[in-house]
Each structure stands twice: as structure tokens, then as C-alpha cells.
Design a protein around this ligand. Structure first.
Ligand code: AP5
Ligand code: MG
Length: 202
């Protein structure tokens, strides 16, 4: 089953993915994470991606699709999960050429709560584990350093929110018309969000 997670920045897509690991076996395609991994290599492409991410802009389709396809070789897991892709109608149409989309889960959250969460977020520099300032100073997964994400500045967050409204929200109707869109209240505890999603996909 191929599943897409859509939600405003800070709605908990990455957190949900971590929690699902305790319940189901899946292959994950997190475009934001894959792009940040490219940044860590220090390549010219990575430098370009870093600049765009720092300003909260979207990375060009051509780059996103190439990173995506490189990581989308065969999948022998029962679930394939996309976190943060597609983000535009044109990406949704590209995804149709790659695979079927069986369920789209929209994590619904207000901008105010999302902002509060992003400003309190810490992410592991090494493995991408997501937590918050009051919980972890060191990564419980790999012992890596937990730090504020470089694009969690007010300016970049506002730009990301604007892009979410203008570019990503229209995808919801696209998938609703196909009957594959499901909404989950993201203002529940992360365990409750995970259980709601499990009920929808199992
Ligand atoms: P990406 O890495 O995908 O970031 P994002 O879209 O901004 O989303 P976030 O990761 O910020 O939020 P999240 O929903 O995962 O929340 P999280 O679980 O961390 O993309 C980054 C950049 O890469 C983009 O800006 C763009 O430049 C580029 N990019 C990526 N995809 C692209 C694409 N398709 N096309 C073009 N460019 C692309 O949770 C946030 C905080 O809330 C954490 O502290 C967490 O502990 C807390 N939290 C989570 N759930 C709960 C809960 N239920 N209750 C209380 N707190 C919670
Ligand atoms: Mg994320």
C-alpha cells in the first residue's frame, strides 16, 4: 500500500513516521530528509539545496524527482510511505507516473500550534530523529547531537507556511476527488495520532 502524508510544517509527519516504526514495516521516502542528507555531503548540489531550504523555498522539481527516483528502487515492504512529497499539483501528477497512491493522510493542525511546535523542535544532526527542547538533548536513537533545524527560523517558517497554503493545499482537493483523502486531527498526542493513522491504513 502506497501512502502519502500531507500536513503543514510542524504537524508531526516526521514524528508519526518514527512512531509507526513500532507498529508496521514500511519503506520511507522523506524528501526533506533525503535533501538534508545531500546537504551533509558538502557537494555543490548540497550547497544549492541548503540555500533554498534556509529560506523556506521549495527545491526545484528536477532535483526533488532525481533524489526521489534514486531512492525508490524496489520495495519489498508492505507499505511505502511518502513524507513531504508531493507538495505541489505538478509533483502529484509526477507521482502518478511513478506509482499508485492508495491513501493520502492529511494531518490537520492550525498555524499557531504548528509555529509553537517548530520553535520548540530539536532534530538529530546525524539521523534526523525529531524531538523537542524539553525532552531530548542527545539523540536516543544514535547518540547524535540534537539541534534546532537550520530552517526553523521565523522567516523560513513563514515562507514554508505560505507555500503550504498556496502550493500544497490544492493537492487535498485533487486527492479528495479521487476518494483517497483521509483527515486526522494532528492536535492530539503523538500516540493518538499514530493510532488514528493505524486505524486508517491497516
Ligand atoms: P521537510 O523536512 O519535509 O520539512 P517541513 O515540510 O517543513 O515539515 P517539518 O519537517 O518541519 O514538519 P513535520 O510535519 O515533519 O513535523 P515534526 O514531526 O518534525 O522539508 C524541508 C525543506 O526541504 C522544505 O522547506 C523544502 O525546501 C525542501 N523540500 C522537502 N520536500 C520537498 C518537495 N516535495 N519539493 C520541494 N522541496 C522540498 O514535528 C514538529 C515538532 O512538533 C517536533 O518538535 C515534535 O516533537 C512536535 N510534535 C509532533 N507531533 C506532536 C504532537 N502530536 N503533539 C505535540 N507535539 C508534537
Ligand atoms: Mg518532517
Amino acid at each position: 500500500m502506497n501512502i502519502v502524508f500531507i500536513g503543514i510544517q510542524g504537524s508531526g509527519k516526521g514524528t508519526l513516521v518514527s512512531n509507526l516504526e513500532n507498529h508496521i514495516d514500511f519503506k520511507l521516502i522523506s524528501v526533506g530528509l533525503l535533501l538534508r542528507q545531500e546537504v551533509l555531503t558538502g557537494s555543490e548540489l548540497g550547497k544549492h539545496i541548503h540555500e533554498l531550504q534556509m529560506s523556506g523555498s521549495l527545491v526545484e522539481n528536477e532535483i526533488v524527482l532525481s533524489v526521489l527516483k534514486k531512492n525508490l528502487n524496489s520495495n519489498d515492504k508492505p507499505y511505502l510511505i511518502f513524507d513531504g512529497f508531493p507538495r505541489t499539483l505538478s509533483q502529484a501528477k509526477e507521482l502518478d507516473k511513478i506509482c499508485s497512491v492508495d491513501k493520502v493522510i492529511y494531518l490537520k493542525l492550525t498555524k499557531d500550534i504548528a509555529l509553537e511546535r517548530l520553535l520548540n523542535r530539536l532534530t538529530c544532526k546525524k539521523c534526523g530523529f525529531v524531538s523537542s527542547k524539553d525532552k531530548h538533548q542527545t539523540c536516543p536513537n544514535c547518540g547524535g547531537e540534537m539541534a534546532q533545524r537550520a530552517d526553523d527560523t521565523i522567516e523560513a517558517i513563514n515562507e514554508r507556511f505560505k507555500l503550504f497554503k498556496n502550493e500544497t493545499m490544492p493537492i487535498l482537493k485533487f486527492y479528495q476527488d479521487r476518494g483517497v483523502l483521509f483527515e486526522v486531527d494532528a492536535n492530539q498526542t503523538s500516540e493518538e495520532v499514530c493510532n488514528s493513522v493505524l486505524r486508517l491504513i491497516k
